[in-house]
Structures are given as structure tokens and as C-alpha cells.
Design a protein around this ligand. Structure first.
Ligand code: PHE
Length: 339
């Protein structure tokens, strides 16, 4: 009996060793350890073993079952591991493969400037507003204290499309639209295209502006100065200084023009700032009470500040672009330099 058991163990060892596939092992498991397997039939045969030898032989059979079971499960693990390794080898990504030549675009410098400015103001709690480019005379001029035939219209040459319809000359039109529809507090920034019949190295018939408007209780020129000084420092660098010069706009009173220290020479004087050390970047002022009243906001309760800047002008200053027309030529060599 003992010999029979030993030869069974040897047979199992040899067969398991020779097996190469998981199915073979499963079959061996059934044939040795299964219900109709060799070990089970040995156990069944125990009844024929003489009484006194039974404990010893029984122990022997149990040991044999454990040994064969270990051999089988070790081999199973080994084959499973191999199968996994094979699978991983097959699925391996070849990172040495050449990069596919995908040409990537870049954002236009004006878009970069708009994104940056909108980011600065939304960070200060402003929301973004917009309005139509084909605008009514009412919003572009009349509600902004520029009546028809008033000489101040000459400040902004205009493309008219009819008696009362025009291509907006300023994003200030969005100011009027917003105030007509909303009661304070108002805190908006409005980027958009505007049109004026001008064309030279620093003027284009279409250009982009960003208008800012704040209307609330107790808004003063101090708020305007603080806000625009902070803005200039964020847009250029923290050493930038601002200067406010008296100016005139029909829709603001008082009105100012804002200069920043030249970001190229830092105030010493260079070609960009024409030797003055200062560069004008925007027009601004305290909203004229007449404008608030004509837009339905009580000027005895509320006051406001407004400012407007030219996007192309900022891009030209920031990136040292000498001629505005380069921004509209779409020369890909120029555009690629903004990647
Ligand atoms: N709308 C003015 C312009 O286009 C700029 C401006 C906006 C001035 C808001 C004052 C306040 O020249």
C-alpha cells in the first residue's frame, strides 16, 4: 500500500511538472484529488486495510493528499503568474514610437490680453457683460450724455448703418444697456469689438475695448484710482506707477486719462514711451450723474466709476509690437511666437 501511495505521489509530481497549460493542471487536480480521483479511491480502499495498519496507512494517505495538493497549487500559481506576465508583455506600450506631428495653434496676443484682464477683474468680483456690435444710437451715444448733433460726437468718428443704427464706437454702450436693465450694485467688465473709420500704424477700423463699470453707494474718484492702480500693477508688474491726468468724456465727470510708467524703460524714457517714461493706457472717470438718471438709476443715492481701454494698444505695449496692423495680418510666424 505504501509503495502504491509513493508511486502515486511520484506520478503526480512528474505529470504536474510536465504540464504547460492551466487546463492540464485543472485536469490533473480532478484526476488526483477529485471525487472520482486516485486519492479518493485510496481513501475508499481503506476499508480493506487490516485494522491495526489503518492509522498508519491513513496518515500516509492524508500526507500524500496534502503533498499532491501542494504540488498542484504551486504549479497553478506559477502558470497563472506566467500567463499574467505574457499578457502584460503583449499589452506593453512602446513609448519609443515617434511622436505624431500634430500642429498646435496658439492664442492671438489680443485674446491673451483679454483673458488676462478679464481674469484680473473677475478675481476682484466683477462679472463679464456684453452687448451687440451693431448698436442703437441711443445706447452708444444718447444715454451716455452725447445728444445728436452735439460736438462731442466728433471725438468718435462713426460708421452709420442708418439714422439710428451704427457700429458701436465704444464698449461704453454696454454700460448704458446694463444700467437700463439692472439696479445697483453693478460691477461689470465688458470686452468687445468696436469700430471707427481710422486707419494708420496705431489705429484700425475695428479694434477691441474693455469697458469697466461699478455703480453702488459712495463710489468716488478714490475708488477709481485705487482700482486702476491695482490693475496696472497686476497687468504689468508690481513696480508700475500710475498717473491720472484731467480729461474729458461726456459720460464721466470728472474724467481722467491714466498713464503707467513705461514697462520697457521703467520711467527713464525710451522709444516706446517717446522719451517721456509714461504710457497712456486708458480713459476713465466718475459716472456723470446725468447718465445714471437717464438710465433709471437714482443719482442722489448712487454713484459710479467707469473706465475703458484698448486691447490692441495694451498688446502692443506688453509685447513691444510697433504697428497695430501686424495684429490683423495673421502671419503665422508672428502668431507662433505667442505659443
Ligand atoms: N469710451 C471711452 C473711449 O472709447 C473710454 C472711456 C470709458 C472713458 C469709460 C471713460 C469711461 O474713448
Amino acid at each position: 500500500m505504501k509503495e502504491k501511495i509513493q508511486s502515486l505521489i511520484n506520478e503526480a509530481k512528474a505529470k504536474v511538472e510536465a504540464a504547460k497549460e492551466l487546463i492540464e493542471i485543472n485536469e490533473l487536480k480532478v484526476s488526483f484529488l477529485g471525487k472520482a480521483g486516485a486519492i479518493t479511491s485510496l481513501l475508499k480502499g481503506m476499508k480493506d486495510v487490516p485494522q491495526e495498519q489503518r492509522p498508519e496507512i491513513g496518515k500516509y494517505v492524508n500526507q500524500a493528499r496534502d503533498t499532491i495538493s501542494d504540488i498542484i497549487s504551486n504549479k497553478m500559481q506559477e502558470l497563472e503568474q506566467k500567463a499574467l506576465e505574457n499578457k502584460m508583455m503583449k499589452e506593453k506600450i512602446d513609448i519609443t514610437i515617434d511622436e505624431v506631428d500634430a500642429t498646435r495653434g496658439s492664442l492671438h496676443p489680443c485674446t491673451l490680453v483679454i483673458n488676462e484682464i478679464v481674469d484680473i477683474f473677475t478675481g476682484l468680483g466683477f462679472t463679464v457683460g456684453n452687448g451687440p456690435e451693431i448698436e442703437l444710437d441711443k445706447f452708444n451715444f444718447q444715454l451716455l450724455n452725447i445728444p445728436k448733433d452735439h460736438p462731442s460726437r466728433d471725438m468718435q468718428d462713426t460708421f452709420y448703418a442708418g439714422e439710428d443704427i451704427l457700429l458701436r464706437t465704444q464698449t461704453s454702450a454696454v454700460q448704458a444697456r446694463t444700467m437700463i436693465n439692472t439696479q445697483p450694485p453693478i460691477k461689470i467688465i465688458c470686452p468687445g469689438k468696436v469700430y471707427r473709420p481710422d486707419y494708420d500704424a496705431t489705429h484700425s477700423p475695428m479694434f477691441q475695448q474693455i469697458e469697466g463699470l461699478v455703480v453702488d453707494k459712495h463710489i468716488t474718484l478714490c475708488d477709481l484710482k485705487g482700482l486702476l492702480d491695482l490693475f496696472a500693477k497686476k497687468l504689468f508688474d508690481s513696480n508700475t506707477k500710475t498717473r491720472f491726468r484731467p480729461s474729458f468724456f461726456p459720460f464721466t465727470e470728472p474724467s481722467v486719462e491714466v498713464d503707467v510708467t513705461c514697462s520697457v524703460c521703467h520711467g527713464k524714457g525710451c522709444r516706446i514711451c517717446k522719451g517721456t517714461g509714461w504710457i497712456e493706457i486708458l480713459g476713465a472717470g466718475v459716472v456723470n450723474p446725468k447718465v445714471l438718471d437717464s438710465c433709471g438709476i437714482d443719482s442722489t443715492k448712487y454713484s459710479g466709476l467707469a473706465f475703458g481701454l484698448g486691447v490692441e494698444r495694451i498688446a502692443m505695449i506688453k509685447y513691444g509690437i510697433p504697428d497695430i496692423r501686424i495684429l490683423f495680418e495673421n502671419d503665422s510666424r508672428f502668431l507662433k511666437s505667442f505659443k
